[in-house]
Design a protein around this ligand. Structure first.
Ligand code: ADP
Length: 542
């Protein structure tokens, strides 16, 4: 027997309808790419999204078509997302930090028909356009006044393009499983793989994200996603904020410490989210200028491990709660957040900071397990390491065009490629990417643990640990350090700092100091590049 409740398809456009009706005056404030601060409201944003949909339809964009965006977080970028969603077309976010070959490859793989581009990236597109034959037109996210001369044949400024449509338009209706967005993972080996979100997965994921133990946000919040819309679906915030009626602050093109600080202050931001490197820049700026934060209450830190020292600084110096989050493009992206359960509520501050190094607990709808290489589940004792596998309604069931089939098991679980522990309270901790973990004499050493400790040293700006070949143990850890400006830490000093903090056999065999650690397009340490650079490095213990 079927239930007799209404069939109300979970469509993303219903989110902006809700925001425009119930929170019409809530603001969306952007540092525009042109420079000045721009303010709009959910009511206006919805009206302009309807115009975008009507204008796209006039161009001939249809249900299922892919349209690329190469753009920062701005109100215009959001309008383009919702306009496309309202036709059943697909927003394809292109990460501008990818290499030339990768950008060209993914636009061609997606067969994007149009490209919406910010002024910043126009020169890039002028260079690549000849290699992207599916693009019919480029729309530059600006007005006529700011439109530069361009070699692109039929490029138009967005505001002029939009003038051809009013908002007398009704969102298309279709099945909630219709594709909504496309985002490629950076793919350290092989071609990037596309993750194709659906309306249903985006809506469910936004419900999950807003829960008390996840972002815990509501209409009294002002949310600033510093995490770009092109990184892993903007961590849901382009959907979660309007769903709960929170105001939005969009940082635009400037993500340095001073600019982020300025937006946090003038926007009276209460909740923000980004990768650790962004917060490192902000903390550096605030420390140097002796600044404090007047409004910020919570910061979500994920995409790479959040070091204890960073959480400690936010909490103790700036009185800001840290929510350490784990996820990936394939998981929409939120998988876990390190929220405080009653079982851990009584911990003193130091023990709580230790706990917050963990990536945390999944919400309802993210099933999680760790297994050995034969898919046998490992114990949830906080000590056993295993491959982290997940399943749920907002987790990829396959990649675009059927790539990467080997990552999806017959039991419906997706193999994340991460190695993790899960403790008896359900807190998951990432110990490594499966390909980065160091196998020393058959035992595993977590590079993330060693990096987290190194970064707490007062002279260390950034740290990376890689495995280097060893004649007796197969692999041993090499610690690579970028010192803070003006500091000169020593090998002995750093190793002494590890004493009593780790098992003896985890102690790095050597320490090297370099000027810069290479990062990927999504802000992660490029371990492959480091491994190449230090291939053949002879450890003093070898
Ligand atoms: P990309 O794969 O495109 O670089 P993703 O954001 O999808 O970008 O990367 C997901 C991966 O990032 C995860 O599988 C995990 O290895 C890493 N990651 C994300 N959050 C954390 C975290 N809090 N701690 C450690 N690693 C993390």
């Amino acid at each position: 027997m079927l239930g007799s409740m209404q069939n109300w398809p979970l469509l993303c456009t219903k989110i902006i309808d809700h925001a425009a009706l119930l929170h019409p005056h809530r603001t969306v404030t952007t540092r525009s790419v042109e420079g000045p601060i721009h303010t709009t409201t959910y009511a206006e944003l919805r009206s302009r999204s309807l115009r975008v949909a009507k204008r796209l339809e006039k161009h001939g964009v249809k249900y299922g078509d892919r349209v690329a965006t190469l753009a920062w977080n701005t109100w215009r970028h959001m309008e383009v997302w919702y306009g496309l969603l309202g036709l059943g077309a697909i927003y394809h976010t292109v990460n501008p930090r990818l290499f030339h070959d990768q950008i060209v490859w993914i636009v061609n793989d997606a067969e994007d028909r149009l490209l919406f581009v910010d002024l910043t990236f126009l020169p890039v597109i002028e260079k690549y356009i000849a290699e992207m034959p599916t693009l019919e037109q480029v729309i530059v996210l600006t007005d006529a006044e700011h439109m530069p001369a361009t070699t692109l044949p039929n490029a138009v400024p967005y505001e002029e393009w939009l003038k051809d449509a009013d908002d007398d338009f009704a969102w298309a209706e279709f099945d909630e499983n219709t594709a909504a967005g496309l985002c490629y993972t950076s793919g350290t080996t092989g071609h990037p793989k596309g993750v194709l979100y659906s309306h249903r997965s985006n809506v469910i994921h936004a419900f999950q994200a807003s829960q008390m133990d996840m972002f815990g946000c509501g209409s009294r919040d002002v949310i600033m996603p510093v995490v770009p819309m092109f990184h892993a679906n903007c961590w849901s915030l382009a959907f979660t904020a309007p769903m709960v009626g929170a105001a939005l602050v969009m940082p635009g093109a400037k993500l340095d410490g001073a600019s982020v600080y300025e937006m946090l202050q003038i926007g009276k931001v209460t909740l923000t989210a980004a990768v650790p490197t962004v917060w490192q820049m902000l903390l550096g700026h605030m420390e140097a200028k002796k600044l404090k934060l007047d409004h910020l209450e919570r910061v979500v830190i994920g995409g790479a491990a959040c070091p204890r020292a960073m959480t400690e600084k936010f909490e103790k110096v700036y009185d800001v709660r840290v929510a350490h989050a784990w996820g990936m493009t394939e998981t929409s992206p939120l998988g876990t957040i390190c929220s405080i359960k009653p079982e851990t509520a009584a911990l003193d501050i130091e023990a709580r900071l230790d706990l917050q190094v963990k990536q945390g607990v999944p919400p309802f709808g993210v099933e999680m397990k760790i297994t050995d290489d034969r898919n046998v589940e490992r114990p949830r004792d906080g000590r056993a390491f295993g491959r982290l596998k997940v399943r749920g309604p907002a987790i990829a069931g396959g990649y675009f065009k059927g790539m990467g089939k080997e990552n999806f098991g017959e039991d419906g679980f997706f193999d994340t490629g991460d190695v993790a522990t899960i403790d008896p309270n359900g807190y998951m901790q990432i110990t490594d990417r499966a390909k980065d973990v160091i196998k020393s004499g058959g035992e595993w050493i977590s590079t993330i643990d060693l990096e987290n400790l190194a970064i707490a040293h007062p002279d260390v700006l950034e740290a990376a640990v890689i495995g280097v070949a060893h004649p007796k143990w197969d692999e041993r850890p090499l610690l690579i350090i970028v010192p803070k400006p003006g500091r000169s830490p020593t090998r002995e000093g750093i190793l002494a700092y590890y004493e009593d903090k780790i098992a003896k056999w985890w102690m790095p065999d050597d320490v090297v100091f370099i000027e810069e650690i290479p990062h990927t397009a999504t802000g992660k340490i490029q371990k492959m590049t480091l491994r190449d650079r230090f291939r053949g490095y002879v450890l003093p213990t070898a």
